[in-house]
Write a protein that binds this ligand. Structure first.
Ligand SMILES: Nc1ncnc2c1ncn2[C@@H]1O[C@H](COP(=O)(O)OP(=O)(O)O)[C@@H](O)[C@H]1O
Ligand SMILES: [Mg+2]
Length: 309
Protein backbone atom coordinates (compact mmCIF):
# COMPACT_ATOMS: atom_id res chain seq x y z
CA UNK A 1 0.00 0.00 0.00
CA UNK A 2 1.24 3.44 -0.82
CA UNK A 3 1.34 5.41 2.39
CA UNK A 4 -1.77 7.21 2.35
CA UNK A 5 -1.66 7.94 -1.29
CA UNK A 6 -1.41 11.24 0.43
CA UNK A 7 0.00 13.97 -1.76
CA UNK A 8 2.27 16.59 -0.30
CA UNK A 9 2.00 16.88 3.50
CA UNK A 10 5.65 15.87 3.92
CA UNK A 11 5.99 17.53 7.32
CA UNK A 12 2.87 15.86 8.61
CA UNK A 13 3.91 12.48 7.32
CA UNK A 14 7.23 12.94 9.10
CA UNK A 15 5.38 13.78 12.32
CA UNK A 16 3.20 10.71 11.96
CA UNK A 17 6.28 8.57 11.41
CA UNK A 18 7.80 9.96 14.62
CA UNK A 19 4.54 9.40 16.49
CA UNK A 20 4.28 5.82 15.27
CA UNK A 21 7.93 5.11 16.06
CA UNK A 22 7.77 6.29 19.67
CA UNK A 23 4.05 5.73 20.32
CA UNK A 24 3.62 9.46 20.93
CA UNK A 25 0.29 11.19 21.29
CA UNK A 26 -0.40 13.50 18.36
CA UNK A 27 -3.00 16.12 17.52
CA UNK A 28 -3.71 17.28 13.97
CA UNK A 29 -5.06 20.82 13.80
CA UNK A 30 -6.42 22.19 10.54
CA UNK A 31 -9.45 23.37 8.56
CA UNK A 32 -12.09 20.97 7.19
CA UNK A 33 -10.93 19.06 4.14
CA UNK A 34 -7.24 19.39 5.00
CA UNK A 35 -7.01 15.61 5.27
CA UNK A 36 -6.88 15.14 9.06
CA UNK A 37 -9.31 12.21 9.19
CA UNK A 38 -7.71 10.59 6.17
CA UNK A 39 -4.22 10.85 7.66
CA UNK A 40 -5.32 9.42 11.00
CA UNK A 41 -7.14 6.51 9.35
CA UNK A 42 -4.05 5.54 7.42
CA UNK A 43 -1.79 5.50 10.45
CA UNK A 44 -2.19 1.72 11.05
CA UNK A 45 -0.34 1.08 7.79
CA UNK A 46 2.89 2.36 9.34
CA UNK A 47 2.55 1.06 12.91
CA UNK A 48 5.17 -1.44 14.11
CA UNK A 49 4.03 -5.02 14.84
CA UNK A 50 3.22 -5.84 18.47
CA UNK A 51 5.79 -7.67 20.56
CA UNK A 52 4.74 -10.92 22.21
CA UNK A 53 4.52 -9.17 25.57
CA UNK A 54 2.24 -6.48 24.13
CA UNK A 55 0.12 -9.06 22.35
CA UNK A 56 -0.39 -10.96 25.61
CA UNK A 57 -1.44 -7.80 27.49
CA UNK A 58 -3.84 -6.72 24.78
CA UNK A 59 -5.37 -10.16 24.39
CA UNK A 60 -5.99 -10.31 28.13
CA UNK A 61 -8.00 -7.08 28.10
CA UNK A 62 -10.03 -8.06 25.06
CA UNK A 63 -10.85 -11.41 26.62
CA UNK A 64 -12.29 -9.68 29.69
CA UNK A 65 -14.82 -8.03 27.40
CA UNK A 66 -15.49 -11.38 25.77
CA UNK A 67 -14.61 -10.15 22.33
CA UNK A 68 -12.36 -13.10 21.60
CA UNK A 69 -13.87 -16.22 20.15
CA UNK A 70 -11.20 -18.93 20.18
CA UNK A 71 -9.15 -16.62 18.13
CA UNK A 72 -6.00 -16.96 20.16
CA UNK A 73 -3.51 -14.17 20.46
CA UNK A 74 -4.36 -10.73 19.10
CA UNK A 75 -1.39 -9.78 16.95
CA UNK A 76 -2.57 -6.61 15.24
CA UNK A 77 -2.31 -3.35 17.18
CA UNK A 78 -5.77 -2.20 18.22
CA UNK A 79 -7.12 0.88 16.47
CA UNK A 80 -10.21 2.34 18.12
CA UNK A 81 -12.09 5.36 16.85
CA UNK A 82 -15.15 6.04 19.00
CA UNK A 83 -17.62 8.70 17.85
CA UNK A 84 -17.79 11.95 19.81
CA UNK A 85 -21.21 11.06 21.22
CA UNK A 86 -19.59 8.31 23.33
CA UNK A 87 -20.31 8.32 27.08
CA UNK A 88 -17.60 8.47 29.72
CA UNK A 89 -18.51 4.95 30.85
CA UNK A 90 -18.02 3.55 27.36
CA UNK A 91 -14.81 5.48 26.81
CA UNK A 92 -13.03 5.09 30.12
CA UNK A 93 -14.72 2.21 31.99
CA UNK A 94 -17.52 1.95 34.43
CA UNK A 95 -20.85 0.43 35.28
CA UNK A 96 -21.75 -1.53 38.35
CA UNK A 97 -19.29 -4.26 37.37
CA UNK A 98 -16.82 -2.09 35.54
CA UNK A 99 -15.92 -3.29 32.08
CA UNK A 100 -12.90 -1.98 30.23
CA UNK A 101 -13.74 1.03 28.07
CA UNK A 102 -12.42 2.10 24.68
CA UNK A 103 -9.18 3.41 26.19
CA UNK A 104 -8.39 -0.05 27.54
CA UNK A 105 -9.46 -1.75 24.33
CA UNK A 106 -6.88 0.51 22.68
CA UNK A 107 -4.16 -0.71 25.06
CA UNK A 108 -0.84 -0.93 23.15
CA UNK A 109 -2.61 0.51 20.13
CA UNK A 110 -4.23 3.69 18.91
CA UNK A 111 -7.20 5.66 20.19
CA UNK A 112 -8.36 8.09 17.52
CA UNK A 113 -10.61 10.93 18.70
CA UNK A 114 -11.72 12.76 15.56
CA UNK A 115 -13.04 16.31 16.14
CA UNK A 116 -11.78 16.39 19.73
CA UNK A 117 -13.68 19.54 20.87
CA UNK A 118 -16.97 17.84 19.97
CA UNK A 119 -16.51 15.28 22.72
CA UNK A 120 -18.31 16.06 25.95
CA UNK A 121 -16.14 18.01 28.31
CA UNK A 122 -16.67 15.53 31.13
CA UNK A 123 -15.59 12.69 28.88
CA UNK A 124 -12.35 14.48 28.05
CA UNK A 125 -11.72 15.24 31.71
CA UNK A 126 -12.02 11.55 32.55
CA UNK A 127 -9.12 10.98 30.15
CA UNK A 128 -6.56 13.00 32.13
CA UNK A 129 -5.79 10.39 34.75
CA UNK A 130 -5.43 7.42 32.39
CA UNK A 131 -3.30 9.49 30.01
CA UNK A 132 -0.98 10.19 32.90
CA UNK A 133 -0.99 6.79 34.62
CA UNK A 134 -1.48 4.64 31.51
CA UNK A 135 -4.07 2.64 33.40
CA UNK A 136 -7.50 3.30 34.77
CA UNK A 137 -8.75 2.55 38.25
CA UNK A 138 -12.43 2.31 39.10
CA UNK A 139 -13.52 2.25 42.71
CA UNK A 140 -16.73 0.73 43.99
CA UNK A 141 -17.69 0.39 47.65
CA UNK A 142 -16.69 -3.26 47.80
CA UNK A 143 -13.83 -3.42 45.30
CA UNK A 144 -11.49 -1.61 42.95
CA UNK A 145 -10.46 -2.68 39.50
CA UNK A 146 -7.53 -1.47 37.45
CA UNK A 147 -7.32 -1.92 33.71
CA UNK A 148 -4.29 -1.08 31.61
CA UNK A 149 -4.85 1.82 29.21
CA UNK A 150 -1.56 2.63 27.56
CA UNK A 151 -2.47 3.84 24.13
CA UNK A 152 -1.31 6.28 21.52
CA UNK A 153 -3.82 9.13 21.37
CA UNK A 154 -4.43 10.55 17.91
CA UNK A 155 -6.75 13.53 17.89
CA UNK A 156 -7.95 16.02 15.31
CA UNK A 157 -9.55 19.40 15.60
CA UNK A 158 -10.44 22.50 13.62
CA UNK A 159 -8.69 25.65 14.73
CA UNK A 160 -12.07 27.30 15.48
CA UNK A 161 -15.76 26.49 15.56
CA UNK A 162 -16.22 27.71 11.98
CA UNK A 163 -13.37 25.43 11.04
CA UNK A 164 -10.84 27.98 9.83
CA UNK A 165 -7.80 29.76 11.13
CA UNK A 166 -8.39 33.41 11.79
CA UNK A 167 -6.49 34.38 8.68
CA UNK A 168 -9.01 36.42 6.73
CA UNK A 169 -9.67 33.55 4.33
CA UNK A 170 -13.13 32.76 5.58
CA UNK A 171 -12.11 32.75 9.19
CA UNK A 172 -12.44 36.49 9.53
CA UNK A 173 -15.85 36.15 11.15
CA UNK A 174 -14.37 34.29 14.09
CA UNK A 175 -13.70 36.60 16.96
CA UNK A 176 -10.80 35.85 19.29
CA UNK A 177 -13.42 35.31 21.96
CA UNK A 178 -15.23 32.62 19.96
CA UNK A 179 -11.95 30.96 19.12
CA UNK A 180 -10.90 31.00 22.75
CA UNK A 181 -14.18 29.48 23.79
CA UNK A 182 -13.86 26.72 21.23
CA UNK A 183 -10.28 25.89 22.12
CA UNK A 184 -11.18 26.26 25.80
CA UNK A 185 -13.20 23.06 25.52
CA UNK A 186 -9.85 21.31 25.27
CA UNK A 187 -8.21 21.80 28.61
CA UNK A 188 -4.57 22.69 29.02
CA UNK A 189 -3.86 19.50 30.96
CA UNK A 190 -5.12 17.44 28.02
CA UNK A 191 -3.05 19.31 25.42
CA UNK A 192 -0.08 19.10 27.77
CA UNK A 193 -0.20 15.33 27.51
CA UNK A 194 0.01 15.37 23.72
CA UNK A 195 3.62 15.14 22.55
CA UNK A 196 3.14 16.36 18.99
CA UNK A 197 0.95 19.28 17.91
CA UNK A 198 0.79 19.54 14.13
CA UNK A 199 -0.89 22.12 11.92
CA UNK A 200 -2.37 20.60 8.79
CA UNK A 201 -2.84 22.94 5.82
CA UNK A 202 -4.87 21.78 2.81
CA UNK A 203 -2.71 20.60 -0.08
CA UNK A 204 -3.06 22.88 -3.13
CA UNK A 205 -4.74 21.38 -6.17
CA UNK A 206 -1.64 21.14 -8.38
CA UNK A 207 0.06 18.98 -5.75
CA UNK A 208 -3.04 16.83 -5.31
CA UNK A 209 -3.02 16.00 -9.01
CA UNK A 210 0.67 15.09 -8.91
CA UNK A 211 0.96 11.60 -10.42
CA UNK A 212 4.26 10.64 -8.80
CA UNK A 213 3.65 7.97 -6.17
CA UNK A 214 4.28 8.86 -2.54
CA UNK A 215 6.69 6.83 -0.44
CA UNK A 216 5.17 3.46 0.35
CA UNK A 217 3.81 2.62 3.78
CA UNK A 218 6.07 -0.42 3.84
CA UNK A 219 9.21 1.72 3.61
CA UNK A 220 8.05 4.00 6.42
CA UNK A 221 6.93 1.04 8.49
CA UNK A 222 10.38 -0.53 8.17
CA UNK A 223 12.00 2.58 9.68
CA UNK A 224 9.36 2.76 12.40
CA UNK A 225 9.83 -0.92 13.25
CA UNK A 226 13.62 -0.60 13.40
CA UNK A 227 13.30 2.36 15.79
CA UNK A 228 10.80 0.44 17.90
CA UNK A 229 13.13 -2.58 18.14
CA UNK A 230 15.73 -0.38 19.78
CA UNK A 231 13.10 0.70 22.31
CA UNK A 232 11.96 -2.85 23.00
CA UNK A 233 15.55 -3.72 23.90
CA UNK A 234 16.02 -0.57 25.94
CA UNK A 235 13.00 -1.33 28.12
CA UNK A 236 13.45 -5.09 28.07
CA UNK A 237 13.80 -5.42 31.84
CA UNK A 238 11.16 -2.84 32.73
CA UNK A 239 7.58 -3.85 33.33
CA UNK A 240 4.88 -1.89 31.50
CA UNK A 241 7.31 0.21 29.49
CA UNK A 242 7.78 -0.85 25.89
CA UNK A 243 8.31 2.38 23.98
CA UNK A 244 9.52 5.96 24.46
CA UNK A 245 6.17 7.66 25.00
CA UNK A 246 5.60 5.47 28.05
CA UNK A 247 8.70 6.69 29.89
CA UNK A 248 8.18 8.16 33.35
CA UNK A 249 10.06 11.31 34.36
CA UNK A 250 12.63 9.18 36.12
CA UNK A 251 13.13 7.01 33.06
CA UNK A 252 13.46 10.12 30.91
CA UNK A 253 16.36 11.32 33.08
CA UNK A 254 17.98 7.94 32.71
CA UNK A 255 17.48 7.23 29.01
CA UNK A 256 17.67 10.73 27.54
CA UNK A 257 20.99 12.13 28.73
CA UNK A 258 22.03 15.35 26.96
CA UNK A 259 25.48 16.63 26.13
CA UNK A 260 26.34 20.20 27.05
CA UNK A 261 25.35 21.69 23.70
CA UNK A 262 21.92 20.11 23.47
CA UNK A 263 21.27 20.85 27.10
CA UNK A 264 22.01 24.54 26.51
CA UNK A 265 19.84 24.59 23.40
CA UNK A 266 16.91 23.08 25.27
CA UNK A 267 17.37 25.44 28.19
CA UNK A 268 17.28 28.53 25.99
CA UNK A 269 14.20 27.24 24.13
CA UNK A 270 12.47 26.61 27.45
CA UNK A 271 13.07 30.20 28.48
CA UNK A 272 12.25 31.72 25.10
CA UNK A 273 8.98 29.81 24.73
CA UNK A 274 8.28 29.68 28.49
CA UNK A 275 7.66 25.96 28.40
CA UNK A 276 6.35 23.86 31.28
CA UNK A 277 8.13 20.97 32.96
CA UNK A 278 5.77 18.67 31.06
CA UNK A 279 6.82 20.24 27.78
CA UNK A 280 10.44 19.66 28.77
CA UNK A 281 9.78 15.95 29.23
CA UNK A 282 7.83 15.82 25.98
CA UNK A 283 10.72 17.31 24.03
CA UNK A 284 13.14 14.81 25.54
CA UNK A 285 10.90 11.86 24.72
CA UNK A 286 10.43 12.97 21.13
CA UNK A 287 14.19 13.62 20.81
CA UNK A 288 14.84 10.08 22.00
CA UNK A 289 12.57 8.78 19.22
CA UNK A 290 14.31 10.96 16.61
CA UNK A 291 17.66 9.51 17.66
CA UNK A 292 16.20 5.98 17.56
CA UNK A 293 14.87 6.58 14.03
CA UNK A 294 18.47 7.29 13.01
CA UNK A 295 19.78 4.37 15.01
CA UNK A 296 21.83 6.76 17.13
CA UNK A 297 22.73 6.07 20.71
CA UNK A 298 23.03 9.72 21.72
CA UNK A 299 20.57 12.56 21.49
CA UNK A 300 22.15 15.50 19.66
CA UNK A 301 21.43 19.16 18.99
CA UNK A 302 19.61 18.29 15.76
CA UNK A 303 17.19 16.00 17.54
CA UNK A 304 16.40 18.59 20.19
CA UNK A 305 15.92 21.28 17.53
CA UNK A 306 13.52 19.15 15.49
CA UNK A 307 11.60 18.08 18.59
CA UNK A 308 11.11 21.69 19.65
CA UNK A 309 9.59 22.45 16.26
N1 LIG B 1 -3.03 15.38 0.75
C1 LIG B 1 -4.09 14.70 0.27
N2 LIG B 1 -3.91 13.68 -0.60
C2 LIG B 1 -4.98 12.99 -1.07
N3 LIG B 1 -6.26 13.27 -0.75
C3 LIG B 1 -6.51 14.27 0.10
C4 LIG B 1 -5.43 15.04 0.66
N4 LIG B 1 -5.95 15.98 1.50
C5 LIG B 1 -7.29 15.79 1.47
N5 LIG B 1 -7.64 14.77 0.62
C6 LIG B 1 -9.01 14.30 0.34
O1 LIG B 1 -9.90 15.30 0.81
C7 LIG B 1 -11.02 14.71 1.48
C8 LIG B 1 -11.22 15.36 2.84
O2 LIG B 1 -10.27 14.89 3.77
P1 LIG B 1 -10.61 14.65 5.30
O3 LIG B 1 -9.58 13.74 5.85
O4 LIG B 1 -12.02 14.24 5.49
O5 LIG B 1 -10.38 16.12 5.87
P2 LIG B 1 -10.60 16.66 7.37
O6 LIG B 1 -10.78 15.49 8.27
O7 LIG B 1 -9.37 17.45 7.66
O8 LIG B 1 -11.80 17.54 7.32
C9 LIG B 1 -10.75 13.25 1.62
O9 LIG B 1 -11.67 12.54 0.82
C10 LIG B 1 -9.34 13.04 1.12
O10 LIG B 1 -9.31 11.91 0.28
MG1 LIG C 1 -12.38 15.04 9.47
Amino acid sequence: MIFFDVKGQETIKRCMEIAAAGGHNIILIGPPGAGKTMLAKRLPSILPPMTLQEALETTKIHSVVGKIKNQGLISVRPYRSPHYTISDVALVAGGQYPQPGEISMAHNGVLFLDELPEFKRSVLEFMHQPLEDREVTISRTKFTVTYPASFMLVASMNPSSSGYFNDGKGGSSVTPFEMQRYLGKISGPLLDRIDLHVEVEPVPFDKLSDKRPAESSEAIRRRVTAARKIQTQRFDKINNTHYNAQMSSRQIRKFCPLDEDSSALLKSAMERLSLSARAYDRILKVSRTLADLQGQENITNDHIAEAIQ
